[in-house]
Design a protein around this ligand. Sequence first.
Ligand code: ADP
Ligand code: NG1
Ligand code: MG
Length: 458
Amino acid sequence: MPVEIRKLSPNEKSDKINAAFFGIYKKVPEFYVRVPGRVNLIGEHIDYCGYGVCPMALEQDMFLAVATTNEKRLILHNFDQKYEGFECELDEVKITLTDSAPRWYQYYLCGLKGILESLNESQKNHIKGLQVVVSGTIPQSAGLSSSSALVSSAALSAAHAFKLSLPKEELANLCAACERYIGTQGGGMDQAIAYLAKEGCAKLIEFEPLRSTEVKLPSDAVFVIAHSLTNLNKAATGDFNCRVVECRLAAQIIAKKQELDWRKMKRLGDLQRALGLNLDEMIVLVKASLREMPYSKDDVIQELNTTSSLLDTVSLTPNTRDIQRFKLYQRALHVFNEAKRVEEFFNTCQTGSGGEATLITLGRLMSESHQSLRDLYECSHPQLDRIVDLAKEFSFGTRLTGAGWGGCTVSLVAPQNVEKMRNALIQNFYKPLGVTDGFESIVFTTAPKAGACIYTNS
Ligand code: ADP
Ligand code: NG1
Ligand code: MG
């Protein structure tokens, strides 16, 4: 199914963006696109290993106003004037990475480049120039997927302007691939939920082929998001890609020991499929095949009986080639156990009574997920762990959400405890850090919203 096109009901937000658009381009927008952020309920750092995850879309979103021109040029502005404007010819879209965080407009360029590269000769006749104003409300670098909302809204704006109507799954796959131009080797969860989300339910997202199943969330509890007031831009450091690569090396060393072609084994999920084992058997195999002590790059080269340059090209990314210490046992154990937790979470939602017992199980799985991310995957942050501790008394379970190293937590909370938890966090976490107001944007409840949509004026 293609992304829905609806008539815009003018509101305060669209009035403001229209005014900004008119101020810059002296015309009204032809269309708008909305792409939501997401909170991942469970299944962290396993999408890029090929395993299913369970996110839902947020109300916070990326909202773009767009007009087309006959000059094949992109002109891009941000509603928030702290971001500089950007212009380029459409046949000169380049994303040049440096050692620091990418510029904001490079995320837009990822989506635009993805669409431009997908066009066949006849589709190229419909290329138009783009005038765009971007307005985003998703907390940034906080694990709520602002990056993918920007990339996916960029791709959708270009696709609609060039008269391409693609199925949502195709757009999601295209966006997952083109966000990698920013340097991170993500797995596709964020772009998938951005397009496939449905109001009122979370989704189980599975890959290859990309598919989604509605998840029935318990009606007598809510999800609360709390910002740890720390951030990490995932493309600014090698931390994220290091985890992707550690999982790949774990798969490759086990594959080699099992006499499979290690060079073909990019993901732990591929290894499981090749061996035909279940998740419990994979856990046993990890314990028997990998050692707890970290591996040096030379150890990995020896295990795989390969050379440094072949390892660099087959297994590593440009920003992980200098890493000398890989924890493979711990990362692989997290992945297989987290994949099991997603299965149990999904089954509990679908078949549970919805009562207290269901909530206790879901909460336990969320808490176990956090412990594993903290101890085995080492992608938490002391401020995330502090929120998890403070939330224990009020929630069924709390975990970091998104990639981690900062950002947000998500808690499953009974409605009567939401205010108590908020107050406890304000008194014991936010106020001691010097925050005195604006709490509604750093600790808030959230209900599942719809995925990407295109709006027109008529
Ligand atoms: P997240 O966890 O939110 O996906 P990332 O580190 O992957 O975080 O990406 C965050 C980056 O996305 C920001 O540093 C910024 O460059 C870009 N971005 C997100 N939202 C906006 C916005 N509203 N305006 C400009 N850039 C944005
Ligand atoms: P965030 O933290 O929202 O950038 C990243 C990845 C996901 C997934 C999670 C961890 C991208 C675009 N996103 O999300 O694919 O791996 O981390 O579960 O790479
Ligand atoms: Mg991101």
